[in-house]
Design a protein around this ligand. Structure first.
Ligand SMILES: [Zn+2]
Length: 674
């Protein structure tokens, strides 16, 4: 079997997260990842693993015959089971694994797995199977349980679906994964036929091979763009068809050009939007964009995709989630100076609760998908290549134990670092004997002056930004490879004259004092849209919803001259500790000169026009209507033309902290003269 790719994943069982990364996963486990029922419907029912749901009957009062809850809970199953395996937490693995156990034990005679209505219903979709089976892939990676391969093979070869409609085509991801593990060529044929047929049938979609190869700007749903777009990279790996790879590369290049925000994730509300500081994304997009980029990284071996994964996971993800992992936003964005039950400034459900931090933001995809981002990141930190070399592709504290080199010898590499808050990463080799293997390190595209030393001695490598450097050597126990990645300050430029301040993989945002007020505001749709009579979103006392207000000024323009950043900005660093992702614990602060902007204030309209779902005659309709209320919205950047007259005379120093440490922020600023 020839597979066309540069990197492949190491097994989940071989990875050990350490330091802040381990702590982050523990906080997830102790928060919503370990307690999904706190998010209420549909996470309080084990959708994939309960008999009546299998039969399409449902618990009284619960929606049946709709694929949504199966997708949503499967996101959680995938994130939670990976988190459990990474932490070696048996209780979490058991909780998340129950639906897998149940469905695997109850295949149809023809091999089909899952609820009956998804087997036959013309209006239903097999998309949730993709999400669910990624959790099965994780389980195999952690346990090697061959029964998983048989069950997936039987399911996909049951002949019950062509997998060519919309996101159903994403089934080729688990299908080709199963092909690789089993060598069953029927799976390869079914997958590639489905992919080709999708490309023929859905010509107008943004993520067909042909349209991805074109220069057309994407307008598709953000999650769909990432999920289907990545298939081109996957299909390339198993066919060697260069056209597929070119399409994947160009599709994600266009996304970067047109939609990827300063925090590393494409805007999508819900369709792809632009790059304005108020353009927002669903939290789903954070997990899905990073996951999709992982396939481009494996297919091409290009360091730039690893840079992008880090950018999404170190900025957008923690910026959309509470530091205790007990609440998340549905929409989040580069500039959000408040997050309250009427502050959603995006047209989609404008004025609704969609930007608040809560355990159960509507709709229920994001409270499922949020669990995946960091466990997926940890799963893909280490990869291997065709030379049986080990590749450190994403950086964070952790270790890996695997076999390497021509002799397939076991080695453990321990990575000690506070990265992304530290510029130094130390890799220590642990081995019973000497081990000859290629060890590759990623040199991020932003790092011009990387240095490598071995056992304290600088090496002759001249690391080029945006490449991998391979150290070929006979390693012995205790050898240390030290990688230094000096992080320089940089300005980035955004629409409407906006500037952002970046340093290495981190984007910086104004530190705004946070006033958290518990809120009992329910999203209106949990009452009148969802077909769950009497089942309001649960909000147990330990998992309240919040209105979050700014308690310090935020209306600053940065008085920065791009050429003098090093003189103008003072970098203050603190030890990162294990819980760096909060405003209080931010390990890096930038002191930056700034001037207040007069009249740049929260907007408070009493009515606005919103696109939202309304129910009448027992059906749901998307409507565009004016609604009344006490709305409070983050304003757009002040117009560059009016800015000079509105600036305070005084220049003061303000504090910027990493985007991922903030819940309220300005990260795209107006720029003014010092
Ligand atoms: Zn979502």
């Amino acid at each position: 079997m020839e597979i066309h790719r540069v990197f492949h994943e190491v097994d989940l069982k071989d990875i050990q997260p350490l330091g802040w990364l381990r702590k982050y996963l523990e906080i997830q486990r102790d928060g919503l990842t370990g307690h999904p029922e706190a998010s209420g419907y549909p996470f309080d029912a084990a959708w994939w693993g309960v008999e009546e749901h299998q039969a399409g009957l449902g618990k009284p009062g619960y929606q049946t015959g709709f694929w949504g809850p199966y997708e949503q809970t499967a996101y959680w199953i995938d994130g939670a089971i990976r988190c459990g395996y990474l932490l070696h937490d048996e209780a979490l693995v058991k909780k998340a694994g129950q639906p897998i156990d149940y469905v695997m034990a109850h295949p149809d005679q023809d091999g089909y797995l899952g609820p009956q209505f998804m087997k036959h219903g013309a209006e239903s979709s097999r998309w949730p199977h993709v999400v669910f089976f990624r959790a099965w892939m994780a389980r195999y990676s952690a346990t090697g349980d061959k029964a998983i391969l048989k069950a997936l093979t039987d399911h996909y070869l049951s002949g019950t679906r062509a997998h060519i409609q919309d996101r159903e085509v994403c089934n080729i991801e688990p299908m080709l994964w199963t092909y690789e593990k089993t060598g069953n060529g029927k799976l390869l044929r079914h997958a590639i036929e489905a992919y080709e047929e999708y490309n023929r049938l859905c010509k107008s979609k943004d993520n067909t091979v042909e349209v991805m190869l074109s220069d057309k700007r994407g307008t598709e749903h953000g999650v769909t763009y990432n999920e289907i777009g990545k298939l081109a990279a996957i299909a390339y790996m198993y066919t060697g068809n260069q056209r597929y790879l070119d399409a994947a590369i160009n599709g994600f290049r266009k996304l970067e050009r047109d939609q990827v925000l300063i925090d590393g994730v494409n805007s999508s509300t819900e369709a792809l939007k632009g790059k304005d500081p108020l353009d927002s994304h669903e939290t789903c997009d954070i997990s899905d964009h990073a996951w999709a980029l992982g396939y481009l990284l494996m297919a091409t071996g290009r360091a730039e995709y690893a840079d992008k994964i880090e950018r999404a996971c170190f900025n957008a993800l923690p910026g959309a989630v509470m530091s205790n992992f007990r609440g998340l936003q549905y929409f989040s964005c580069p500039n959000q100076v408040l997050a309250t039950s009427t502050s959603n400034h995006n047209d989609h459900f404008k004025g609704f609760t969609w930007m608040t931090f809560r355990p159960s933001p509507a709709t229920e995809c994001c409270p499922g998908d949020v669990h995946r981002a960091i466990p997926d990141f940890a799963s893909r930190m280490w990869m291997k290549d065709d030379n049986n070399g080990l590749d450190a592709v994403l950086y964070s504290p952790g270790s890996v134990t695997t076999t390497v080199g021509e002799k397939d010898q076991e080695v453990t590499v321990v990575e000690e670092t506070d990265y992304p808050f530290s510029e130094t990463i130390t890799f220590t080799i642990q081995a019973k004997t000497t081990v000859d293997f290629p060890f590759s390190l990623r040199i991020p595209g932003w790092c011009q002056k990387a240095r490598i030393s071995i056992n304290g001695k600088p090496t002759a490598h001249e690391p080029q930004a945006g490449t991998f450097v391979t150290i070929r050597k006979i390693f012995k126990d205790g050898d240390q490879v030290r990688l230094e990645l000096p992080m320089e300050l940089k300005l980035s430029h955004w629409p409407k004259g906006g500037i952002g301040v970046e340093r290495g993989p981190l984007v910086f945002a104004l530190k705004i004092a946070e006033d958290w007020q518990e809120s009992s505001d329910q999203d209106p749709i949990s009452e009148d849209w969802r077909v769950v009579p009497g089942n309001k979103r649960s909000m147990p006392p330990e998992y309240p919803a919040w209105n979050l207000y700014p308690a310090s000024p935020w209306n600053y323009a940065l008085a920065l001259d791009e050429k003098n950043l090093d003189q103008e900005v003072k970098v203050v660093t603190h030890p990162a500790g294990l819980t760096p992702w909060s405003p209080e614990n931010a390990p890096i602060e930038l002191q930056v000169p700034a001037r207040r902007v007069d009249g740049w204030e929260i907007e408070r309209p009493k009515s606005l026009v919103s696109n939202f779902v309304k129910s009448y005659d027992n059906a749901n309709y998307m409507v565009t209507e004016a609604i009344n209320g006490n709305f409070e919205l983050t304003p757009d950047l002040p117009a560059p033309k009016t800015l000079p007259q509105r600036l305070s005379a005084k220049t003061e120093m303000v504090t910027l902290i990493p985007y991922g440490c903030t819940h309220l922020r300005i990260s795209v600023f107006p720029q003014c003269k010092p």
